[in-house]
Design a binder for this molecule. Structure first.
Ligand SMILES: C[S@@+](CC[C@H](N)C(=O)[O-])C[C@H]1O[C@@H](n2cnc3c(N)ncnc32)[C@H](O)[C@@H]1O
Length: 210
């Protein structure tokens, strides 16, 4: 795996390696399942995951979906080269992140980007929308791998988990990054009763569906 893919992500080496291992584990447990990444930024984790899928499946890997509305979302880190919002002086995920993602993922025919918030993507999934690939429709369900790395507040992560977990295949893996960003996130998730483990000093949550 290219060092270069990780350079396009803000994740630490350990966090990035955990995500890549989850892609392989999920697809080992649920072969041919869909993959979903909420929150794609410059495309770092998506690029590494797409490279993994190509290694696992060869030239026709199953669909990999990214969901990110871009456009002025607040950047949580300060030590980055993020564009600055002229009004607030805070870092934002600007259009340049979107363009970077498009460039680095362009060669992967199984990549499908949705410029939506996760809430709107979930509405499409609940409406039983079909995704087309290789000339065939495929219900937006049956995920082998899901990464939640979009809006890091407790309410949004909870909504994503509640609606997406039922669509995770048995044998599939779901991760949520930065669950320590909002102190309400872990207690809210625990109250849902869907068992998960915390990794990386409580930063990342992982669900392994049996
Ligand atoms: C931490 S970055 C993702 C980093 C990426 N996974 C990586 O490591 O390469 C968070 C991204 O989530 C997006 N985002 C923020 N709110 C969102 C929402 N409600 N739904 C989907 N994406 C969202 C932001 O635009 C931003 O690009």
């Amino acid at each position: 795996m290219s060092a270069c893919a990780r350079e396009y992500s803000d994740m630490s080496v350990e966090a990035y390696a955990t995500v890549m291992a989850a892609v392989a584990d999920g697809h080992r447990g649920a072969p041919d399942g869909l993959s979903l990444e909420i929150g794609t930024s410059r495309g770092g984790t998506a690029l590494g995951a797409l490279q993994q899928l190509r290694r696992i499946y060869g030239p026709e890997p199953p669909p990999f979906i990214t969901v990110d509305p871009y456009g002025g979302k607040a950047h949580y880190r300060t030590d980055t080269t993020a564009c600055l919002d002229g009004a607030t002086g805070r870092g934002i995920y600007s259009e340049s992140f979107y363009q970077h993602m498009k460039r680095v993922l362009a060669e992967f025919g199984n990549h499908h980007h949705f410029s939506l918030t996760s809430t709107d993507f979930i509405s499409a999934l609940l409406a039983r929308a079909n995704l087309w690939q290789y000339g065939k429709p495929r219900l937006l369900s049956g995920f082998a791998y899901i990464l939640l790395d979009g809006d890091h507040n407790a309410t949004t992560i909870d909504l994503e988990v509640v609606h997406l977990y039922p669509h995770l295949c048995s044998g599939g893996v779901m991760l949520a990054d930065d669950v320590n960003h909002d102190p309400k996130t872990v207690p809210t998730l625990r109250a849902r009763g869907l068992p998960f483990e915390l990794l990386l000093d409580g930063r990342m949550a992982i669900w392994r569906k049996r």
